[in-house]
Design a protein around this ligand. Sequence first.
Ligand SMILES: NC(=O)c1ccc[n+]([C@@H]2O[C@H](COP(=O)([O-])OP(=O)(O)OC[C@H]3O[C@@H](n4cnc5c(N)ncnc54)[C@H](OP(=O)(O)O)[C@@H]3O)[C@@H](O)[C@H]2O)c1
Length: 357
Amino acid sequence: MRAGVPLRRKGAVAQEGMCHRRPWFRRPRRAPIVGSMFAVYAARIDRDQPLSGLELGERPAPEAPPGWSTVTVRAASLNHHDLWSLRGVGLPEDRLPMILGCDAAGVDADGNEVVLHSVIGQTGHGVGPDEPRSILTERYQGTFAEQVAVPTWNILPKPKELSFAEAACLPTAWLTAYRMLFTNAGVRPGDSVLVQGAGGGVATAAIVLGKAAGLRVFATSRDEAKRKRALELGAVEAVEPGARLPQRVDAVIETVGAATWSHSVKSLRPGGTLVISGATSGDRPSHAELTRIFFLELKVVGSTMGTKDELEDLLAFCAATGVRPVIDEELPLDRAREGFERLASGEQFGKIVLTNS
Ligand SMILES: NC(=O)c1ccc[n+]([C@@H]2O[C@H](COP(=O)([O-])OP(=O)(O)OC[C@H]3O[C@@H](n4cnc5c(N)ncnc54)[C@H](OP(=O)(O)O)[C@@H]3O)[C@@H](O)[C@H]2O)c1
């Protein structure tokens, strides 16, 4: 946007209406700050009470340096990463205030509908194999705002088959699940996979993608209603965390960490692969199961996000198959705090999406 020109804030003048699932209401009128925009950001770090550092308010509108572009955000989705950021994981105090949000779908300066790849390379012109990378919100301002600036290389066309809300779920949780399954677990149609913590964003993605790719998907969840939802998504069986499965699986998709680690290792067939991309419940399991890992020649593979090519493939996969992200709730951006509270409670099933009207 041009310096000195206030960003048009549609939400500030919109009439009362409905988003897809929840009513949205007239945003209270604020005096616009020149060159500013409404945003949801980390103002302080609090390891124990992460939401106490969350602020909603005016932040400077982004200015795109050469090679970067500004995108008007139509939808952005919450990730557990945003809670980690508020706890100071990957986000030191000296980078605050930081607009949160790793994912977005929106409209570029030419009016094209786009999706962002949120892994940013060192120079902004692509991400080389050995290049230090960061995810939006670590070094660069995130997507819970009216606009975001990213390297032009990181902008992909949004398939017309996907809504903005659906597309906004893909760049972090869904891309991570896609890479875990199809790159790092290396499973093939007919193989079996265990997905831990079925209600999570990555986990619901792994269940849906696994089912669509012809895998036999088992899932765990602490909650009975979520286990039922996992079955509806296509899992062949959904059990309590730690419960014995009817068979040993070829691969495990692990994001819960300490609470489910031992069960993940014990659920693998000899030579099977445990892919881990997160540790929501902590990264120090009481039993590392080292003997089982070497004796059964299990593979433990770390996984983080995915490449731009993988995101392109994921977008094409969704467009071609009719697979769509599982959306727990859509909220307008100015009700972001409710979304954060729901994510922190662990009650969600699937993705929470913030929309800009
Ligand atoms: N490396 C990467 O690139 C990458 C990318 C995305 C995410 N992640 C990480 O992966 C993790 C999941 O992310 P997300 O966005 O999918 O999170 P999320 O939507 O908040 O899901 C977390 C899920 O973990 C399960 N869970 C939480 N605490 C548990 C416990 N004590 N015992 C058993 N299950 C528990 C819950 O499932 P139930 O309620 O069904 O039991 C919950 O729904 C996070 O730690 C995140 O940082 C990493």
